[in-house]
Design a protein around this ligand. Structure first.
Ligand code: M6R
Length: 638
């Protein structure tokens, strides 16, 4: 989950590494540091607790000059966030520096052994054993020392290493934590993520598990753990640099929310083509052929967090378009069960980053049991995309905000298309129906744009509502905690409840997750039909209940649920289809309208206000929207 950036060339490395780390800060931000080769066999380093700006401050007055450096932004696993635990870690003689992403599982055994050999440790991290092992094996050949050290460690890692004795060289290795090298002219780069390289180069080499790469300004050598040369041509990345910048928006999150209509349009244009007067779905990169798909008897979707919610919507979609039974599981549960999968099971792993440890492990488990595996992934060349039997890229461009928005709707778009593609293979729905659905799909991004334009027009009102909520929330908190006695029978403060039914139920979970992540307000998502089975006990005048109630086959049931909440004093914020009168009669606190669309596509519209509510509340509360506390963009450890 941490970010690694390295540079070797002729330019001053400090600025470039800091710039790279800023691009990677979403991966972790509790401390950061860098080590620079400062000539004459000397390494200098600096590290600070907190965000990268703290490191920048220190380096302003005390710059580290040199043209080869490695840097790191940390998300703590072993050892609290502190200066001493921040990376880089150095050997006892300060001659070798290491930055690391991942977890070394056998570190305590290695540490004990090294201690017995006389090594003293400075930090509480698992990483420090790596640098001492490298120092132990170092005989003026960094590649060899790294190779031997790597053989001793178990766990997950992306490591980058420099030595004072080998100027101009960075050696790096990976196992289950992402690492990519960027090819420049008279310079080379290293990063945890392609997006950090885009300012410098589009030509990248993805480092595979069990590989070591050695970089100098004019060379890039790949080898395996036995030291045998590995040949791989660079891949070309066609992501747009501007996609990784804020582009005039105050936060990445709101920028990414606003990108969604264009992304969905691009996905449709890329994937739907005319074939003999008919529209058909094409997945160019998908290596699984129609015959293989034809043998599938069931589908299991696995994912984490927001991608899991996309998987839940995917179940409704695939069941609507095919007759295949579909299951959905969080990757962390799937991998430790005894999932009954076989070669007639299609396991679809959904992940923005393609590096989520649990999803990768779930995919491997499915593969080992013979399932046909398919990754739906955003990051090109990510581990998941390379390990799955087939891949469909979402092409949403780099998603920088920790709270996922555009990746979610892009995943949904791909799932709709996959459903329609499979419907064609299984002849599960009449051709005319498929054609009509594809046609309706083209309207969806236009309608998404309308929702966002309405928000823009009404932005002041949204901000005012968020402000009123803030006042009320804090007044309630004061009443609850400040007044001494806790009022009985009252829920503590304005928590949020999100309710939905059918294909909009997963959006209730997603809305609650978005709010929790960036404003730290307790929020729950529920299928509205479950209210009577427990959660209704929470209702008094305190919770804010966001009800997803677009026109649908369960609309009347949703109205009954709203009435039940109203009757108990709950404050309703419904998301309704434009022109809805029924719900208006129930005197909601504030209604949010979305345009009418076929029910199956409604999640693509109803999720937008939920993303915006979370954004507006977090902004009003003054939270760090793009980098919420305790979170990291890609969770590459268990
Ligand atoms: O990269 P992935 O899609 O595999 O990530 C999965 C989750 O970690 C991710 O969706 C997380 O829940 C987001 N922070 C949600 O906004």
């Amino acid at each position: 989950m941490c970010g690694i950036f390295g540079y070797t060339g002729k330019k001053e490395a400090q600025g470039l590494v800091l710039q790279g780390l800023r691009q990677l800060e979403y991966r972790g931000y509790d401390s950061s540091g860098l080590a620079v080769q400062c000539g004459a066999e000397e390494l200098r380093f600096e590290k600070t607790k907190g965000k990268i700006r703290n490191l920048e401050e220190v380096l302003k007055t005390n710059p580290l000059r040199g043209s080869t450096a490695i840097g790191h932004t940390r998300w703590a696993t072993h050892g609290t966030p502190s200066q001493v635990n921040a990376h880089p870690h150095l050997d006892s003689a300060n001659r070798i520096a290491v930055v690391h992403n991942g977890i070394i599982e056998n570190y305590s055994r290695l540490k004990e052994k090294l201690k017995k050999e006389g090594v003293s440790f400075r930090s509480d991290t698992d990483t420090e054993v790596i640098v001492h092992l490298i120092a132990k094996y170092y005989r003026n050949n960094l590649e060899e020392a790294v190779r031997r050290a790597i053989k001793d460690i178990r766990g997950t890692y992306a490591v980058a290493v420099i030595s004072a004795k080998e100027p101009g060289k960075i050696v790096a290795a990976r196992f289950d934590s992402p690492l990519v090298a960027g090819v420049g002219l008279g310079e080379n780069y290293l990063a945890s993520d392609v997006s950090a390289l885009l300012d410098h180069t589009r030509r990248v080499v993805f480092i595979e598990n069990g590989e070591i790469v050695s970089l100098t300004e004019n060379s890039m050598r790949l080898m395996d753990l036995e030291g045998r040369a590995v040949k791989r041509l660079p891949s070309k990345i066609d992501w747009n640099i501007s996609q990784a910048k804020k582009g005039g928006f105050p936060h990445y999150m709101i920028k990414e929310i606003f990108e969604q209509p264009e992304i969905i349009t691009a996905i449709l244009r890329e994937r739907i083509k005319k074939e003999k007067h008919r529209s058909a779905v094409f997945f160019e990169e998908l290596k699984i052929n129609r015959r293989e798909f034809g043998k599938i008897k069931r589908v299991i979707l696995i994912a984490c967090g927001t991608a899991y919610h996309a998987g839940l919507v995917g179940k409704y979609i695939l069941e609507a378009f095919t007759d295949i039974p579909v299951w959905v599981d969080t990757s962390s549960e799937f991998r430790y069960r005894n999932p009954n999968v076989d070669r007639r099971t299609l396991v679809i792993a959904i992940s923005q980053s393609g590096e989520t440890a649990d999803t990768l492990a779930g995919l491997r488990e499915a593969k080992s049991r013979g399932a046909v595996t398919l990754a739906i992934c955003n990051v090109l060349g990510s581990s998941l995309s390379r390990e799955a039997r087939g891949v469909i890229y979402t092409h949403a461009g780099p998603e920088i905000a920790v709270a996922s928005t555009k990746a979610y709707t892009a995943q949904l778009a791909v799932l709709y298309l996959l459903g329609l593609y499979l419907a064609g293979i299984f002849h599960a729905r009449p051709r005319k129906k498929i054609q009509d659905t594809l046609k309706e799909f083209f309207r969806v991004p236009v309608l998404m744009k309308e929702v966002l334009e309405n928000y823009k027009r009404d932005e002041k009102n949204w901000a005012k509502n968020a402000h009123d909520f803030n006042e009320r929330y804090h007044a309630q908190l004061k009443k609850y905690f400040g007044g001494g006695a806790i009022e009985k029978k009252r829920s503590p403060n304005g928590f949020f409840l999100y309710l939905g039914r059918g294909i909009n139920f997963p959006n209730a979970l997603e809305g609650a997750l978005k709010l929790k992540e960036i404003s730290y307000i307790p929020a729950e998502g529920y299928p509205a039909g479950e209210m009577k089975h427990g959660p209704i006990a929470l209702i008094d005048e305190n919770p804010w209940v966001i009800c997803l109630a677009p026109r649908s086959k369960t609309y009347d049931k949703m109205i009954s649920n709203i009435q039940e909440i109203k009757a108990r004093g709950g404050m309703i914020i419904p998301v309704v289809t434009r022109g809805d009168r029924e719900i208006r009669k129930l005197d909601p606190f504030y209604s949010i309208e979305v345009p009418a669309v076929e029910e199956i596509f409604s999640p693509l519209l109803t999720v937008l206000p939920l993303q915006l509510v979370a954004y507006c509340v977090a902004r009003e509360f003054g939270e760090d929207i793009d980098q919420p506390r305790n979170l990291a963009k890609s969770v590459t450890v268990e």
